[in-house]
Design a protein around this ligand. Structure first.
Ligand SMILES: Cc1cc2nc3c(=O)[nH]c(=O)nc-3n(C[C@H](O)[C@H](O)[C@H](O)COP(=O)(O)OP(=O)(O)OC[C@H]3O[C@@H](n4cnc5c(N)ncnc54)[C@H](O)[C@@H]3O)c2cc1C
Length: 438
């Protein structure tokens, strides 16, 4: 039996979770007694939700447990910026080509329509808005990144428009950005609300256990320990992202990086004056270490930026406060008129990266499967990887599964302390280069 040493924590005040439009009404089920299932899926983020959902569809007679240390919507899946990105993103695999980019585009599209169907079937308002996104630059030196992105889009015949100057200001309600590439297919959501909706939509043969922390495991007997209780299964699927190495689901592959977000309170009618005629929107930065910014359907502003390398896999209030100072600066640069508007929530969460941006997707031990490292685009990627992991487990074959297997070879990263040192150096350089995009 192996003990787990690092556990997920609620890192701050989780803005999306606290402001969900679909308040939770169903009870929390915890692991309080021993149990046995055909499948146990660990991790109720978008990846685990998708594995469990597809397994349940493929094998309606099977028993499936989906377990998480936190509540659905509190993990990283509910802490992100809420972009369900349809096109190859600057955090997707490197050295892409037309074939790869087109494939990623179609898998992302598949994930978006699957999530859309599920949330519609639940009748939940999760602030789902298919309103595209802007990849925007403040500094001219980053225009070249916009051009590179446009070339990627041209290569796969993806529509986009270039928006600049006063037109961009009219669309966003801020004159901070000089130029942007707008792509129409991106969806913006409250990600905690969407995760909750997807969990409600799971078929009846899935039992969701929340607030149930796995403290140890034994892969010989396929047993998971929750303190003194156990769950055992024929097959176990790890959808634990940054925590996957804790479960020996992979070794020396992951580079977990903390990033932070702050959400204002809803703007008042007077504060909304500068947004007259402006609908909700989302901006990602022309430099990958820049700020992600959103104007939400409930009239809040989200700022996401700053990175930390924290080998303990949890943050603390001091670091969250430090990130909040940067969020404030970034907010005021874009919205100086809103200088009296406070942030209501600030939190941290982990981007789980790999060196070559390819995910972990494998049977890591007989009967134990791992999917990890969504490289910053986990809503769509976690959804399609989870779906195809279920397909693989039941023995279904497809071109999409082959594509995924061929593009899931994450490269080696050195163990700590070298890993953290290398990541810190790289991030500090990138953050300096991002400058005005932060
Ligand atoms: C601030 C921020 C902004 C981001 N913005 C975006 C974005 O706009 N769009 C996008 O697509 N992605 C974004 N990402 C990345 C995205 O959130 C992740 O890729 C996604 O959450 C991965 O989903 P997952 O289900 O694989 O893992 P997770 O969501 O991390 O789920 C893993 C689950 O495993 C559980 N777990 C771990 N250990 C244990 C244990 N011992 N016992 C029980 N349960 C355990 C955790 O509690 C967790 O809920 C962002 C990330 C951050 C932090």
């Amino acid at each position: 039996m192996k003990q787990i040493k690092r556990f997920p924590a609620v890192d701050g005040s989780l803005g999306w979770y606290e402001s969900m439009p679909n308040q939770r009404t169903h009870p929390i089920i915890k692991v309080t007694e021993n149990g046995s299932f055909d499948y146990v899926v660990v991790g109720a983020g978008f990846t685990g939700l998708s594995v469990a959902g597809r397994l349940a569809e493929l094998e309606p007679q099977s028993s499936i447990a989906l377990v998480d240390a936190l509540l659905v919507g509190q993990g990283t899946s509910g802490r992100n910026a809420g972009f369900i990105i349809d096109i190859p993103h600057n955090l997707d695999a490197t050295d892409a080509d037309r074939f790869t980019d087109s494939y990623i585009r179609s898998l992302n599209g598949f994930a978006i329509s699957r999530l859309d169907n599920i949330r519609k079937s639940q009748g939940d308002d999760v602030y789902w808005r298919q309103i595209g996104k802007y990849l925007a630059a403040h500094e001219e030196k980053h225009f070249k990144n916009l051009e590179g992105f446009a070339a990627t889009l041209d290569n796969i015949d993806e529509p986009y428009s270039v928006v600049e100057g006063s037109e961009l200001k009219e669309k966003l309600g801020t004159g901070y950005y000089k130029k942007a590439i707008f792509t129409p297919g991106n969806v913006l959501v409250n990600p905690a609300a969407l995760a909750l909706s997807v969990s409600k939509g799971l078929p009846e043969n899935v039992t969701v256990f929340e607030s149930s922390k796995i403290t140890a495991f034994d892969w010989e007997s396929k047993k998971l320990f929750f303190g003194s209780q156990t769950l055992e299964a024929d097959k176990i699927i790890l959808a634990t992202n940054s925590f996957t190495e804790e479960f020996r689901g992979c070794t020396n592959k992951l580079a977990p990086i903390f990033t932070y977000a702050s959400l204002t309170r809803p703007l008042t009618a007077a504060e909304l004056a500068q947004f007259e005629g402006v609908g909700s929107w989302g901006v990602t930065a022309a430099h990958p270490a820049g700020s992600t910014v959103r104007f939400t359907p409930d009239n809040r502003i989200l700022i996401r930026n700053s990175f930390d390398v924290l080998p303990g896999l949890s943050s603390n209030q001091k670091l969250i406060e430090k990130a909040k100072v940067q969020h404030r600066k970034s907010f005021l640069k874009r919205f100086p008129e809103l200088n009296t508007v406070p942030f209501e929530h600030s939190w941290g969460g982990m981007l789980c990266m790999t060196m070559n941006h390819e995910p972990v997707f494998s049977e890591c031990r007989p009967g134990v499967f791992a999917i990890a490292a969504m490289n910053g685009v986990g809503i769509a990627k976690g959804t399609y990887l989870g779906y195809y992991m279920a397909e693989m487990i039941v023995g279904n074959k497809s071109d999409s599964l082959d594509f995924i297997l061929n593009s899931s070879n994450p490269s080696w990263v050195p163990p700590d302390p070298l890993r953290s040192l290398g990541a810190k150096m790289r991030l500090s350089l990138e953050q300096r280069l991002a400058k005005g995009e932060k």
